[in-house]
Design a protein around this ligand. Structure first.
Ligand SMILES: [Zn+2]
Ligand SMILES: [Zn+2]
Length: 136
């Protein structure tokens, strides 16, 4: 199975094969800033199964609570948030699932991270594990 995604202007396209390792919402304040929304929705996929197939994303390095680099990949033309690669999770890419094509954005949510930063109107997803922040 191959899942494809793209940015709003279609200059960047990417894909991954197989099933995600997990699916997650992240409520951290960096995700709020980067997405301009209450949280990011992510499909977490092995980096070996993920590839950019069109264009070259720009990157921005944020320093996470861990003190390690969280590399953010985005379209330099339209600004769409595409995926992140966290130094603390070296084997996976966190694909921002709003960019997935063909209905693949409508996935289940297995876990929610950084619930300590959850906004009041962003209600808990029934059945999803609740994690206050990473590593807890
Ligand atoms: Zn774009
Ligand atoms: Zn986050």
């Amino acid at each position: 199975m191959v899942t494809k995604g793209s940015c709003m202007c279609s200059q960047i396209a990417y894909e991954f094969s197989g099933e995600p390792a997990t699916t997650a919402l992240c409520h951290c304040t960096d995700c709020q800033k980067w997405s301009g929304a209450a949280y990011t929705a992510n499909v977490v996929v092995p980096r070996k199964d993920f590839s950019v197939t069109k264009g070259t994303p720009k990157t921005y390095d944020a320093i996470g609570d861990s003190g390690k680099v969280n590399k953010h990949f985005f379209c330099g033309n339209c600004g769409s948030s595409l995926y992140t690669e966290l130094e603390i999770m070296p084997d996976v890419a966190c694909v921002k699932s709003g960019g997935l094509d063909g209905g693949a954005a409508n996935h289940e949510v297995k876990v929610e991270f950084y619930t300590k930063d959850r906004l009041g109107y962003a209600k808990e997803v029934p059945g999803a594990d609740q994690v206050t922040q990473f590593g807890q």
